[in-house]
Every structure is written in structure tokens, then in C-alpha cells.
Design a protein around this ligand. Structure first.
Ligand SMILES: C[S@@+](CC[C@H](N)C(=O)[O-])C[C@H]1O[C@@H](n2cnc3c(N)ncnc32)[C@H](O)[C@@H]1O
Length: 220
């Protein structure tokens, strides 16, 4: 176990990423390719900046990355990467949406590696964690483009199955993933959801067609 941790820690140093967490995102991206050249990416809980740096490399100079955290990130994107806008903000605050929209009105991908500060009170910590995760899903509904993608870190607790069900109602494809670089003893997993379906899109596809039928053959 220790050996695996050391491996990713040292690798991050060598690859000049400020945190080892980058390899969790890299692994999911390698398999599912949910970020593409030219995409816009919103990164919630971005500090110290590894996920944003990696996303900026993937989407390239025609893309854009907005990173939000309680702490101010300062990393510069690498040559050939997308520009990164760092916002020092609490994602729970309502002013976040207008601030983000000033940079970009909507995003193709929302990524979140948010982790709450723990207090040692198991119930309170778990509640805080699920509040953050639910807020990322609410922000996805406000800020994702139709058919956009979403990935968020979740610490599994009793609310986890209900949360996954909520995500399934909004996206065409949902996977729960545990990347190799995630510590085995950690309760963290990643929920990857692809192809966001705006409620109006779902409603439109389920709506009766012009002659009042629901797509089934008329019968007497
Ligand atoms: C595990 S770190 C993210 C690491 C980052 N993905 C990287 O690769 O560099 C989790 C971050 O979530 C941030 N965070 C926790 N609660 C937050 C909140 N309410 N608003 C914004 N950021 C928050 C913390 O400040 C912390 O920097």
C-alpha cells in the first residue's frame, strides 16, 4: 500500500503536478475520454490545481478551464494548454453562478474533487460531504450544456445509493469508479456521468407528437 502511495506521490513531483490526485482523473479520462479538444471545463474544489492543469492540457488552447476553490490556486497552465481562470470562492454560495457565468455561460464538462474539512464528528462530516456533492449536481444542472459530462468524488455513506439514483435520472450513462491511484482504505469513489439530459430534452422526447400520440401505434 505504502509503495503505491509513494509511487503516485513521486510521479506527481516528477511530472510537476502539485497533487497526486491528478492520476485519478487521468485514469478515468484514459478509459472514457469524457473531455475533448476545445471543451470548456468547470473544476470544483480545484486547489492546488492538478486536475485543472491536466484538464487544460486535454482540452488544449481552444478550450477553457475555470477552477473554483476556497483557497486561491496560482499554477500557470503549460504551453499548448487552455487558459485557466482561478476563482477563490465557496461553491455553496449563490454568487458563484453569476461569477462563473461572467467567464463562460455554460460548460461541456464539470469535474469535482471536492473534499470537506473534517471535524472528527462522523455524522456531521458525512452530512457536510453529501451537501457538497449534492451542490455539485445542482451546479451541473445549472451550468452544464445539454449532453455535457460530470464527474465527482463521493465519500460513500448511507446517502450514496440515493445520490447515484439522482444522477441516473439526469444522465444517459453513469458509472461508479475506484481508480487504481485512489487509496484502497479510503471510502472515496468517483461517479462519472455522461450525456446530461436537460429536463426539457427528456420532456420533449417523452412528449406526445403533433397528432397527440406518444409514439405508439394508434389502436381502437
Ligand atoms: C482534494 S482537494 C482537491 C485537489 C485538486 N483536485 C487537485 O488535483 O489539485 C479538495 C479541495 O476542495 C476544496 N473545498 C472544500 N469545500 C469547498 C467549498 N465549499 N468551496 C470550494 N472549495 C472547497 C478544499 O479547499 C480543497 O482544496
Amino acid at each position: 500500500m505504502r509503495k503505491v502511495q509513494d509511487y503516485y506521490f513521486k510521479k506527481a513531483k516528477k511530472d510537476q503536478y502539485p497533487a497526486r490526485s491528478v492520476y485519478k482523473l487521468e485514469e478515468v479520462q484514459a478509459k472514457y475520454r469524457f473531455m475533448r479538444r476545445g471543451d470548456s471545463v468547470l473544476d470544483l474544489g480545484c486547489f492546488p490545481g492538478s486536475w485543472s492543469l491536466f484538464a487544460a492540457e486535454v482540452v488544449g488552447p481552444k478550450g477553457v478551464v475555470v477552477g473554483v476553490d476556497l483557497q486561491q490556486a496560482i499554477e500557470s497552465p503549460r504551453p499548448g494548454s487552455a487558459p485557466i481562470h482561478w476563482l477563490c470562492q465557496d461553491i455553496m454560495e449563490p454568487e458563484l453562478v453569476p461569477l462563473v457565468r461572467r467567464i463562460r455561460p455554460a460548460f461541456k464538462v464539470l469535474i469535482s474533487d471536492l473534499a470537506p474539512k473534517t471535524t472528527g464528528n462522523r455524522w456531521a462530516d458525512s452530512q457536510h460531504s453529501i451537501d457538497l456533492v449534492r451542490r455539485t449536481l445542482a451546479l451541473a444542472e445549472i451550468l452544464l450544456l445539454d449532453r455535457g459530462h460530470y464527474i465527482c468524488k463521493v465519500f460513500q455513506g448511507e446517502d450514496f445509493p440515493a445520490f447515484v439514483d439522482e444522477v441516473k435520472q439526469r444522465f444517459a450513462m453513469v458509472k461508479v469508479l475506484k481508480p487504481r491511484s485512489s487509496r484502497v482504505e479510503s471510502r472515496e469513489v468517483f461517479v462519472l456521468a455522461m450525456e446530461y439530459r436537460r429536463p426539457e430534452t427528456v420532456a420533449a422526447s417523452a412528449a406526445p407528437d403533433q397528432n397527440g400520440m406518444d409514439g405508439m401505434n394508434e389502436s381502437d
